[in-house]
Design a protein around this ligand. Structure first.
Ligand code: CO8
Length: 258
């Protein structure tokens, strides 16, 4: 299998479907796979017609974590020199909304990958966890931070400190999963959400994503200012004029992305 085949990309109108493709090891995230994933997401920043991304795996696994075989023999300097943060950064900085469609295992780096998305759709049999502690390490791609912001200190502590694997229903109840659906509906549901988002005014969509993500790390006052400024910016877009005119004229809006 070539590096290209580790991540399959397909386009459907304004939506990119990104599929992790190492089924023989439950989509474990090897370095070549992560490099390819970063390359794919980096390419999205330059795509003006791309409106949303669906990130998925297969029926057995979204991704069962970083590839343990890939890490078993390496020490601190090699780990440092991998600069994993640069590869994850490409995904975190994706301007378009990313929807993770999770079937099967989302563990360790796989759960962290799902948490890089903006919306998580999971099937009823999906399983989530940060089991790194069980192999002598700890989460290193947001598991201690994005998880805490998503579900709060006490749930995050329990998951990271025990390494326990939880069912999708529990993940949904704690706020880690946006939508819980039947296993065979996961991809269709995620694609439906992506299409809905793709039909909306793209500058507004991008601003919403940016403000929610950056606002989380700012003080409430600074974040509310950021929100207000972003809203004000939208008042000079053609899509704002079109959206409001269409509402008043009782017709469907036709957005141009301007
Ligand atoms: N790495 C490498 N290979 C894996 C991984 C993995 N994470 N997960 C599964 N595999 C392989 C197995 O070795 C097996 O290969 P083989 O057939 O050659 O023996 C194949 O996938 C199928 O797996 P199992 O036979 O184990 O399948 P089961 O259904 O019995 O069990 C489990 C499924 C429970 C998911 C089990 O495979 C498991 O526990 N996997 C490891 C989960 C784990 O610990 N994940 C965390 C890894 S550490 C991590 O993610 C660190 C993140 C640090 C962040 C930054 C870098 C990304």
């Amino acid at each position: 299998m070539t590096e290209q085949d580790l991540v399959l990309v397909e386009r459907q109108d304004g939506v990119a479907i990104v599929r992790i493709n190492r089924p023989e090891v439950l989509n474990a995230l090897s370095m070549p796979l992560r490099r390819r994933l970063a390359e794919v997401f980096e390419s999205f920043t330059a795509e003006s017609d791309l409106r949303a991304v669906v990130l998925t795996g297969d029926d057995r696994a979204f991704a069962a974590g970083a590839d343990i075989a890939d890490m078993a023999q390496i020490g601190t300097v090699d780990m440092y020199l991998r600069h994993n943060e640069r590869l994850w950064g490409a995904i975190a900085n994706c301007p378009q909304p990313v929807i993770a469609a999770v079937n099967g295992y989302a563990l360790g780096g796989g759960m962290e990958l799902a948490m890089h998305a903006d919306i998580i759709v999971a099937g009823r049999s999906a399983k989530f966890g940060q089991p790194e502690v069980k192999v002598g390490i700890m989460p290193g791609a947001g598991g201690t931070q994005r998880l805490t912001r998503a579900v709060g200190k006490f749930k995050a502590m329990k998951l990271c400190l025990t390494g326990e694997i939880i069912q999708a229903e529990e993940a949904h109840a704690m706020g880690l999963v946006s939508d819980l659906v039947e296993d065979d509906q996961v991809f269709t549901h995620a694609l439906g959400l992506a299409r809905r988002i793709a039909s909306l005014p793209p500058i507004a969509v991008e601003q919403i994503k940016e403000v929610i993500l950056h606002g989380q790390d700012a003080s409430l006052g600074a974040a509310l200012t950021m929100e207000r400024k972003a809203l004000q910016i939208l008042f000079s877009t053609a899509d704002k004029n079109e959206g409001m005119a269409a509402f008043l004229e009782k017709r469907k809006p036709s957005y141009t992305g301007r």
